[in-house]
Design a protein around this ligand. Sequence first.
Ligand SMILES: NC(=O)c1ccc[n+]([C@@H]2O[C@H](COP(=O)([O-])OP(=O)(O)OC[C@H]3O[C@@H](n4cnc5c(N)ncnc54)[C@H](OP(=O)(O)O)[C@@H]3O)[C@@H](O)[C@H]2O)c1
Length: 241
Amino acid sequence: MNILITGATSGIGKQLAEKYLAQHNQVICCGRNEEALQKLRNKYGKQVTTYCFDITDYEAVQLQLAEIHDLDLAILNAGTCEYLDMPEFDAQSYQRVLTTNVQGVANCLEAVIPKIKPNGRLALVGSSASYLPLPRAEAYGASKAAIEYLAKTLMITLKPYDIQVSLVCPGFVKTPLTDQNDFPMPMRINADKAADYIISGLAKGKAEIHFPRRFTGILKLLSKLPFSLQRPIISGLVSRH
Ligand SMILES: NC(=O)c1ccc[n+]([C@@H]2O[C@H](COP(=O)([O-])OP(=O)(O)OC[C@H]3O[C@@H](n4cnc5c(N)ncnc54)[C@H](OP(=O)(O)O)[C@@H]3O)[C@@H](O)[C@H]2O)c1
């Protein structure tokens, strides 16, 4: 397969890239960290193509991805997370998270959708944070709720064009992103396991891939409750440092 992965330099994206490369696929790895991209080129040679760009830079995304073609699978995984601490609402932090996680994905979608082969697949990496309004995730949760909406809309609107869409909603995964967290992360799994869940879900053609199911199942159940009942339970989930 010919696979494109954004955020392939670290965490979940890097594990996905390494696993798909180990399975002898052609993988287009994207990220900003040129050193990490160089390491992938050194290790996998012609099997890997790398592009170094910031997904928030519209011109750079279109320019860099202009020459890609015939994608069987595009995984838009690059993302960031910053938590807010009320009562100080940091609008610049909010902008950084929304710009990367939402506009950055939109920039990639413009470049990538026309390059997906008929019957190919597009996967957007959201988060199980979009299931519930989690404390301190005012920015991150909102950005991932936007991704959930976007992915579900694209599932409908790209279907007539023979492009299948998957939404990936991980629970907590141990990566440099979550290493910054200063609160307990229940049922956190490693990036290797997360990549296995994603690869298996995509191979089965699943529309929504969420894991670990014990954790995401609880969040999904809670999300069915009226907000007045959710609120006291959620308040204890992500405590302040
Ligand atoms: N870890 C979790 O618990 C968890 C849970 C739910 C969802 N997710 C989602 O999973 C995805 C991957 O997260 P991760 O935990 O693997 O984080 P990570 O280890 O920090 O990796 C993030 C990746 O995104 C890339 N990236 C970030 N901002 C970028 C930008 N502006 N332009 C280009 N590339 C950019 C980084 O590239 P460079 O380093 O090269 O800049 C890096 O490769 C994210 O969308 C995240 O929201 C993670």
